[in-house]
Design a binder for this molecule. Sequence first.
Ligand code: GDP
Length: 197
Amino acid sequence: MEIKSAEFVMSNSDVAKCPKSMLPEYAFIGRSNVGKSSLINMLTGRKSLAKTSGKPGKTQLINHFLINKNWHLVDLPGYGYAKVSKSSKKVFQKFITQYFKNREQLVCGFVLVDIRHEPQPIDLEFMQWLGENSIPFGIIFTKADKLKPKAIENHVEAYKSILLETWEEIPNYFITSSSKNIGKDNVLEFINGLNTN
Ligand code: GDP
């Protein structure tokens, strides 16, 4: 799929205020600094559609972009655990869980993880939460230029073996590097395949 147009639509922190149109939607999420903005800019071929920044804790907004006038790309904020008083239970921020639970237009979410690190509990717990709630998602490994092929393979295997402890199959996954323009076509063709189903 070639991206011919990419336009910012709106930002808000309330899933009820997201665009009403029923266009298919794909959401990108991960911890801050994972390389999400860079990935969105690579996918769309725009230098600064999503704002890149080294600073964590940017305003927590759901950002909608209209792509090729027929689907929405959604840039979600970096996830983290919400502070819940009187309970030590870890939960994700409410507007993120509400987005995934309530957004009918969502076709597939993409959880971004930095390929350089061993599987991190928060990323695994978020994937687990998506699975438990039957929300379709894929995994996008970012910053693949930082590792040698063998190390990439080892880190992907580490994720696979942990996920396969609880699941029968692992989600679709993609290895990407925004600096080296790797993985763009695989992600876009996957989205295109879902859009044309
Ligand atoms: P976000 O907070 O998840 O949106 O992350 P950004 O896209 O702002 O990237 C965070 C940092 O990682 C920036 O310093 C980027 O230059 C760097 N970065 C992002 N993608 C890549 C990549 O594919 N390769 C490398 N080497 N660095 C990257």
